[in-house]
Design a protein. Structure first.
Length: 278
């Protein structure tokens, strides 16, 4: 007996056909609509959200950042607060779906034992970019010191707040590399995530990080010092060290040389605490 296949399309039973009959596949209208919806979700920015959803996003970002600061691990865990409109389960779900659509969150998973928790895996670069943009948006909107959920300590955001710190010394500055393009700077009570462009380390010819940025990374990888004998040192390291000093002095507003005298260690040792990518 010849077997027959029953085809369906869009939930409607189609005609019976022979097993050896050709099958023609076509795109359904619903598939097109789904694609359009996906593209729309990717194009929506936090500025397009309602204020209610924007607040949910802000609180979720603050919670994620607080946990990241404790571990410096892109995999963090946050919870939800049943009694809070901005931090309950639904608020967290909406915020994390938005962040995942923006490739800020690579993966998230809800757990419902032990009080409820959410495992999150971050794209660190995109997370800090969106976080600083979100905080800057609220500063611009309020034009005041109205309270917003931020991490512990003041945050400089995309602007440079370090130049205004009175009496700042190089030894009070810590710079941690988050990736090839971004660093986390802490000085006294001020903390900010910035990129090489904001710090003045952009090569105007190709818009990539310049040689001084590369030298800063090498110093971070070599426990804050480098000598001419090091394999990673170039012939023109003396000139690059001078240019790096000038860039750092301009960014932080400190006149003193950020390097210890070469003759003390027979190497260029920077006074800033530099930490490489974890």
């Amino acid at each position: 007996m010849r077997q027959e296949l029953l085809l369906t399309r869009g939930g409607t039973i189609g005609k019976r056909c022979r097993e050896d009959a050709p099958i023609v596949l076509g795109l359904l209208d619903s598939f097109d609509n789904w694609c359009e919806a996906q593209l729309h979700r990717q194009k929506v920015t936090f500025r397009d959200l309602t204020e209610d959803r924007r607040q949910k996003l802000l609180y979720a970002v603050a919670a994620i950042h607080h946990q990241f600061e404790l571990s410096w691990n892109p995999k963090v865990t946050i919870g939800w607060v049943v009694s809070s409109i901005t931090e309950n389960h639904e608020a967290r779900r909406l915020a994390l779906e938005f962040l995942q659509n923006k490739d800020v969150v690579m993966r998230h998973e809800f757990h419902y034992t032990g009080g409820g928790s959410i495992e999150i895996e971050l794209n660190i670069r995109e997370f800090f970019r969106l976080r600083d943009e979100l905080l800057a948006y609220y500063r611009d909107v309020t034009h005041s010191t109205a309270e917003t959920p931020t991490d512990h300590g003041s945050t400089a955001g995309p602007s440079n707040a370090f130049r205004s710190i009175e009496g700042l010394r190089w030894q009070e500055i810590q710079i941690r590399f988050l990736d090839g393009d971004n660093v986390r700077i802490t000085a006294k009570e001020t903390t900010a995530t910035v990129g090489y462009k904001e710090m003045g380390f952009e090569d105007s010819r190709n818009h990539n990080p310049n040689t001084q940025w590369a030298l800063l990374k090498i110093l971070a990888q070599n426990e804050c010092e480098i000598s001419w004998e090091d394999a990673s040192a170039r012939d023109n390291i003396k000139k690059q060290k001078q240019l790096l000093s000038e860039k750092l002095q301009a960014y932080f507003g400190i006149e003193e040389d950020p390097f210890h005298p070469y003759k003390e260690r027979k190497a260029y040792r920077i006074k800033i605490t530099l930490l490489p990518e974890s």
